[in-house]
Design a protein around this ligand. Structure first.
Ligand SMILES: NC(=O)c1ccc[n+]([C@@H]2O[C@H](COP(=O)([O-])OP(=O)(O)OC[C@H]3O[C@@H](n4cnc5c(N)ncnc54)[C@H](OP(=O)(O)O)[C@@H]3O)[C@@H](O)[C@H]2O)c1
Length: 305
């Protein structure tokens, strides 16, 4: 957790604070007496109460400017994004505005206010032909979502802002509001006795959100700049991940139907052999992801799953 030992508090602005990651960042920093937080998301109200919150549409330059002027942050964490991969393919203009153009403006105003920008990106910047990937590997997005996220990264890179870009993949964890993550969806579906189709050919290292939160906090606290991967502890196929969920929560594995990605006929292409190698963040951010079952135990406990 950020702590200076000084009476002056670190001022952290969390953009996208109603999102899955944003909520957990907010819960984490709420407990830190050395940090003052200010939050923003597109909805009229914050899902988590008793915090300073400003409704903000990041596609509106004036909204971003007003946010900076209202708070003068030391650190800006951008967890806002247009994250529906298939909809990005059909709503290209909106996706571009949120994931690329808005990020350019967040970088511009973070620079103007002398703040350290920490921005979250994705393994979808890769084609998934030969993952897992390091920070040095060549990008080649295969979906429009991936292209917009890469454009966001490039906008930050070519700005003058002090920045950290963190790429992550398949987030899951104990966020309590908004859309369901993969783990909760599997648990709920199997408990209801529903058959679920799970792909055998998408490989990555699913990331426990609270591990990512700690990685982000390290980047802020240690003032580490540049590009970092933050993924989970194990590389596994989505099918194997689902079996691990079913085993841990004692659910009926016969309801899990293996399928290949191409059979799903999704509008957007997915990187198949993907995942993110954590070596750099382990070395520079002291990142240490929890084991898969440890994360399930934490979710079970916190969410009463
Ligand atoms: N989830 C994953 O598996 C995953 C994997 C790799 C990388 N990432 C990256 O990690 C970051 C956080 O993801 P997440 O899963 O927490 O996403 P999320 O749950 O979809 O949260 C994103 C938040 O941004 C908000 N938002 C959208 N448009 C906005 C706008 N114009 N102005 C202000 N706020 C806006 C969303 O509001 P609405 O919900 O109302 O639209 C939502 O609250 C994103 O950068 C994402 O690309 C996520």
């Amino acid at each position: 957790m950020l702590s200076t030992g000084n009476i002056l508090k670190n001022r952290i602005l969390i953009i996208g604070s109603n999102g899955m990651l944003g909520q957990r960042l907010l819960e984490y920093y709420k407990k830190d007496n050395f940090t003052e937080i200010f939050c923003a998301s597109v909805e009229p109200e914050s899902f988590i109460k008793d915090i300073d919150y400003k409704q903000t549409d990041i596609t509106n330059k004036n909204d971003i400017k007003a946010l900076m002027r209202a708070f003068y942050p030391d650190v800006v964490i951008n967890a806002a994004a247009y994250t529906n991969v298939d909809k990005c393919d059909t709503e290209k203009e909106t996706a571009w505005k949120i994931n690329a153009l808005a990020v350019e403006n967040i970088a511009k105003y973070s620079f103007a206010y002398n703040a350290h920008l920490i921005h979250i990106s994705t393994d979808y910047v890769f084609d998934g032909l030969n993952g897992p990937y390091t920070e040095e590997d060549k990008v080649n997005p295969v979906s429009y979502y991936g292209r917009t996220k890469l454009a966001g990264e490039n906008a930050i890179n070519s700005s003058n802002v002090k920045y950290t870009i963190i790429r992550t993949n398949v987030l899951y964890g104990p966020a309590k509001h908004g859309r369901m993550d993969f783990v909760k969806w599997v648990v709920n579906s199997l408990r209801e006795g529903k058959n679920i189709n799970i792909v055998t050919d998408q490989i990555n290292n699913p990331t426990y959100i609270d591990d990512l939160v700690k990685g982000i906090d390290s980047a802020a606290r240690l003032s580490k700049e540049g590009l970092f991967n933050i993924g989970g502890a194990e590389f596994l196929s989505r099918l194997d991940f689902t079996y691990r969920i079913a085993d841990f929560f004692n659910l009926d594995k016969n309801l899990i139907k293996p399928i290949e990605t191409r059979e799903l006929n999704q509008p957007a292409k997915r990187p198949l052999k993907s995942g993110l190698i954590n070596l750099k963040s382990e070395r520079d951010l002291f990142y240490k992801p929890l084991g898969v079952e440890e994360t399930f135990a934490l979710m079970k406990n916190e969410l009463n799953l």
